[in-house]
Structures are given as structure tokens and as C-alpha cells.
Design a binder for this molecule. Structure first.
Ligand code: ZN
Length: 395
């Protein structure tokens, strides 16, 4: 009998303890979220080993996770402000050991033809491949021109963005071979090389903008519509290079200027459903007199208006950052991706200058919504260009 009584008492105590347990949990839970966050941060810093060696700590971790969830459920409805306060500031997650510097400079590479004999305006397929591998191995990652001018730079922390462009719409930029009615992209044209590179180096995120002039871009008349749509569907961009490769030097007729630019935008857009051709590379890098610059940026032709978000020079040096005071989206410098007659200002010269530090290299903080800049370069910043992004200046 005595044993039965003792057992009954023990069971009773157990029931009381179990029923009290959740409220005990909750009470300790009110102070847990901060601890939980600290532990999460530690995880990010690869201190898992320390936790593994300490079994008590690991157990606590699990409890904290549960408590955090309980706490979340309770406070969700009551107090959203509290939750916002508990969110981690993304600036705290920036890895400063990578020396992010988003006021540094970015190369906007300019290619023309891709063909068998290397020349001033022609790169061989082998050399284009070499350029891409060199960029990849030296910590560069591709972004689109539109993302660059919109300051929407999404590159892994510690890496440098690079923009790739091709002018003139040569057939060797995008050449299609017909094989028993099957369309095959030639392996030695720019697209063929970049698509092959994409498979081997997917994290380079390769993309490029093709500046197209004339009525048969890429020189295969029956494939114009197919090629233009293929480019957009596969993550490339199409830019304006005027109706007839028109230089603007000395042009003083606003109607002519709007025809050259607006006419080509209308023509290219007529093949594309909803895609806006709103970037423009100056032919030969030549501009009209200053008072006509406005027609390069905006105008209309045959009742259709155009507004360019970027105008590219033929260029000689890396572009300043889109948040730099000197950044002008309507006058973006380009770098010649070539080794012939580059007069010391080709892509390979600038790669060296970035390495030596004679030019300031853009280093991403890994978060496209935060602009991270070392304090010593903060005077170069145009606050207004930061727009809705978070600014993080560090010593
Ligand atoms: Zn051109």
C-alpha cells in the first residue's frame, strides 16, 4: 500500500511539473531573442566548432530557438514596432575584413568584332575567352549596364562588378548556323563563347549589352527577330547605336538627331514585346555641340518618344561608381577590351592599376541595398545618389 501511495504522489508531482513547464518556458522566453540572435551571428562567423565542444550550450541553443518562436507568436499581433527593433541592421552583417568600397571604380568593357585575326577593333575568340577567365580569376563578376546605372549592384561580397558591351552588331557577335532546319549558335561568335563560359563559370553571371545600328543587326536578315528575342530571353540587353551608325559630330538639326536615335529605338522595339531600348552608345564616341545634348537623352520620332538612361562614350578609363559625385549616366566612360593600340589604357592596364591601387577598385559589400564606403573616401559620395539604400561609412 505504502509503495502505491508513494507512486501516486510521485505521479501527481510529475503532472504538476509538466503542466507548469510551458509557463516557465515563456517566462524565460521573454528575454531570449537577443541571445538567440547573438548565437546566430556567431554561427555566421564560423564558430560552430566552439559550440560543438560544449554540449550544454548546444542544448541551450535548441531551447532558445523554441523560446524565440513562442515569443514571436505572442508578439506578432500585439507589437510590430518591437519586432522591427529586434531586426538585425543589415549594416552589422557587412564583412569589413573584405574591405568593401562601393565608391570605387568599375570597368565598362567595350568590344566590337570577334574574329580570327586580332586587330584594333577585333578580338579573337581565344582572346575573348582569355579575357573572361582573367576577369573571373581576378575577382570580377558581371552585372548588366542597366543595373549599373540604376545602382542596383548585386555582386557577392569582396568581388568587383564589370559591365560588358559590344558595338556595331557584327555577325560574329551572334552568328547562327543552320543544320537541317536546326538553329545552332556558332561556338566562335561572342554569344557562343559567352554561353559556353556561362556553363563553366555560372557564378560569373555573364551578361552583356549589344549596341545595334542599322536594319540588319548581326547581319542575318531572316533571323533578326529571332536573335533579338533570344537575347532578351537569355538575360542579355539590347542598346541603341543609331539608324546608320550616325556620328553626332557637328550635327545641328534636332530632327535628324531624333531620327537617328528614336528611329533605331522604334525599329528595335518593334520586334520586342515590352522591352525598352533605352541605353545608347555614341558612334565613334562623337557628340554634337553641348546645346544639343538634350536630344541624345530624350526626344521623339514618328510619335514615339525615347528616353535614354545611359549614354556611353568610346572611352579610355573605368567609370566612377554610380554614387560618386562625378558619375553622369549620360556620359559613361568605357574601357577598350583589347591589347592592340590601347596606348596603356586597355583592360589589362586597368586590371594592373586596380591591383596596384593607382585606381580605386569597387569592392562589393554583398548587399545591394547597402552602400558601404571607407570613411577616407566619403567626400567623393553624392548623398542624393544613394536614394533609398542604406549608407554605411566605416573607419
Ligand atoms: Zn560603332
Amino acid at each position: 500500500m505504502k509503495i502505491i501511495k508513494t507512486l501516486a504522489l510521485f505521479v501527481l508531482i510529475c503532472i504538476v511539473l509538466i503542466s507548469c513547464y510551458p509557463s516557465l518556458l515563456n517566462r524565460s522566453g521573454t528575454e531570449q531573442p537577443t541571445i538567440g540572435q547573438d548565437i546566430n551571428e556567431a554561427d555566421d562567423n564560423d564558430t560552430n566548432d566552439v559550440n560543438d565542444n560544449d554540449s550544454d550550450k548546444v542544448e541551450n541553443n535548441d531551447n532558445n530557438e523554441n523560446d524565440k518562436d513562442n515569443n514571436k507568436d505572442e508578439t506578432n499581433d500585439e507589437d510590430n514596432e518591437d519586432n522591427e527593433e529586434q531586426e538585425i541592421d543589415p549594416r552589422e552583417q557587412i564583412d569589413l575584413t573584405l574591405k568593401p568600397n562601393e565608391i570605387g571604380q568599375v570597368m565598362v568593357l567595350m568590344y566590337h568584332s570577334i574574329g580570327q585575326v586580332e586587330a584594333e577593333w577585333r578580338r579573337t575568340p581565344e582572346n575573348l575567352r582569355k579575357d573572361l577567365v582573367t576577369l573571373y580569376e581576378n575577382g570580377y563578376r558581371a552585372i548588366s549596364l542597366k543595373d549599373f546605372v540604376n545602382n542596383n549592384i548585386d555582386v557577392e561580397a569582396g568581388y568587383t562588378p564589370v559591365v560588358i558591351t559590344f558595338d556595331d552588331g557584327h555577325k560574329d557577335n551572334f552568328n547562327i548556323l543552320m543544320d537541317n532546319d536546326e538553329l545552332i549558335i556558332a561556338s566562335d561568335c561572342a554569344i557562343g563563347i559567352m554561353e559556353e563560359f556561362k556553363k563553366e563559370y555560372p557564378d560569373f553571371n555573364i551578361t552583356a549589352t549589344f549596341f545595334l545600328n542599322g536594319s540588319v543587326p548581326f547581319r542575318q536578315e531572316e533571323l533578326v527577330e529571332y536573335k533579338l528575342n533570344w537575347l532578351i530571353e537569355n538575360g542579355y540587353d539590347i542598346g541603341n547605336h543609331t539608324l546608320n551608325h550616325n556620328s553626332m559630330k557637328g550635327v545641328t538639326d534636332p530632327n535628324a538627331m531624333q531620327k537617328y536615335i528614336g528611329g533605331q529605338a522604334n525599329f528595335l522595339e518593334s520586334f520586342l514585346d515590352g522591352y525598352e531600348v533605352n541605353t545608347y552608345a555614341l558612334c565613334n564616341g562623337e557628340r554634337p555641340h553641348k546645346e544639343y545634348y538634350k536630344y541624345l537623352a530624350e526626344g521623339s520620332y514618328e510619335n514615339k518618344s525615347y528616353k535614354n538612361i545611359a549614354i556611353l562614350e568610346v572611352g579610355w578609363d573605368p567609370s566612377v561608381s554610380p554614387v560618386d559625385k562625378r558619375f553622369d549616366p549620360l556620359g559613361i566612360h568605357r574601357v577598350r577590351a583589347s591589347e592592340t593600340n590601347v596606348d596603356g589604357v586597355g583592360m589589362y592596364n586597368w586590371l594592373k592599376a586596380f591591383d596596384k591601387g593607382t585606381r580605386l577598385r569597387y569592392i562589393s559589400d554583398g548587399n545591394p541595398n547597402v552602400i558601404t564606403i571607407p570613411e577616407k573616401y566619403a567626400d567623393r559620395l553624392d548623398d542624393e545618389k544613394v536614394k533609398d539604400k542604406l549608407l554605411y561609412i566605416y573607419e
